[in-house]
Design a protein around this ligand. Structure first.
Ligand code: NCD
Ligand code: ZN
Length: 348
């Protein structure tokens, strides 16, 4: 197969940031995807429907004028805190401002200092979300400093998610950016209630890659890449045709100077060639016929949304990923696999 046509995909997990960074990265997501779930972890987090409306306006304003970008729909999320109000969440969802809410355990990742410290403080919020069918998106990592960084996802399943699914059996939960076989197994046993997004980089990296011949700050993200056995479990899950696994890039741009630093930020920027990266993985797994389900069908179905109109075409063609993406404030961003060659290209 040298050409594939698939229904226009969606990205169910992106970080678009704001200001100059937003302008630099948005076109890459908007030209490939019909819709994207926009994560709310700005420096001032998007904790209310009013803030989400403002942020959505900024995103729409930052879209380039050409037609190829104008149909893009940003789907907004609410950053949950211990103080989130069930009525604001409910109203935001009813008004079409919020699509979902994001649970960051406090200090689990970039800009999560305002995240949830006590999950029981959110019982009324979860009750409300369950009633109205609003999905809960979870950064599933235990933040207890005693827990080893490579075990944080598995421990979070045991300590939090198992109980949460029992307590709120009708609450739709999406485990974001899963990185372990433990998560794949958990999602499969709960598949009427729980789904998961899988990033392109977690399908391509194991933890050895981060340290191959020296430390690679551009391969550092959270949750951190795990052992090879976990990467293989993710590849099996993504290409299995199981409807509980779908595309979410977790593209997370940071200025180069914040990545190449004595304490570098977590996040991998995959938006430039996201769809090509996934296509390459499905091709390597001889599963190109399963690509469209993962990229374009299972996500909207789990969210209860229509499929996108229109299609995109990928061709088997070698091309080089750019080494650097400039930002108008003078900084730059290094894409995942910068300067390397991919075997599939999206036709524009
Ligand atoms: C994300 C970011 O930079 O906002 N970083 C990351 O490593 N994935 C936050 C997140 O999704 O955890
Ligand atoms: Zn993320």
């Amino acid at each position: 197969m040298d050409e594939i046509i698939i229904r226009r995909p969606d990205d169910w997990h992106v970080h678009l940031r704001d200001g100059a960074m937003l302008e630099a990265v948005l076109p890459y997501t908007a030209r490939q995807f019909g819709r994207a779930i926009v994560m709310p972890n700005l420096a001032v987090p998007v904790t209310t429907s009013a803030l989400a409306s403002d942020y959505r306006r900024k995103i729409l304003k930052a879209l380039p004028d050409e037609k190829a970008f104008k149909n893009f729909i940003p789907l907004m999320t609410c950053y949950l805190t211990d103080e989130t109000s069930a009525s604001d969440i409910g109203q935001g969802y009813a008004d079409g401002v919020f699509t979902a809410a994001k649970l960051y355990p406090a200090n689990a990742t970039t800009n999560s200092a305002h995240g949830v410290t006590n999950i029981n403080a959110l019982n009324a919020v979860f009750e409300k979300m369950q009633d109205i069918g609003m999905p809960l998106l979870v950064h599933g990592e235990e933040t207890d400093p005693e827990v080893d960084i490579f075990d944080r996802e598995a421990v979070y399943i045991d300590r939090v998610l198992t109980l949460l699914t029992q307590k709120f059996p009708k609450l739709k939960i999406i485990m974001e950016h899963v990185t372990t076989k433990d998560a794949v197994d958990f999602v499969r046993t709960q598949k009427n209630q729980v789904a998961a997004t899988i990033t392109a980089h977690h399908l391509m990296l194991n933890r050895n890659d981060i340290f191959q011949g020296g430390i690679h700050p551009h391969l550092y993200c959270l949750p951190i890449a795990k052992r090879e056995v976990h990467r293989l479990a993710l590849r099996e899950a993504a290409t299995s045709g199981d409807t509980c696994f779908f595309l979410g890039t977790d593209t997370a741009p940071h200025p180069l100077s914040d990545k190449e630093a004595s304490c570098g930020c977590a996040g991998i920027f995959t938006a430039v060639n996201a769809l090509e990266l996934y296509t390459q993985v499905f091709d390597e797994e001889n599963a190109l016929e399963k690509l469209e389900g993962f990229t374009s069908l299972y996500g909207p179905t789990f969210y209860g949304m229509d499929l996108n109109e229109g299609h995109v075409t990928l061709v088997r063609e070698k091309f080089r990923i750019p080494g650097s993406i400039p930002v108008s404030d003078g900084s730059s961003i290094r894409p995942f696999k910068a300067g390397q060659t991919l075997g599939w290209k999206l036709k524009y």
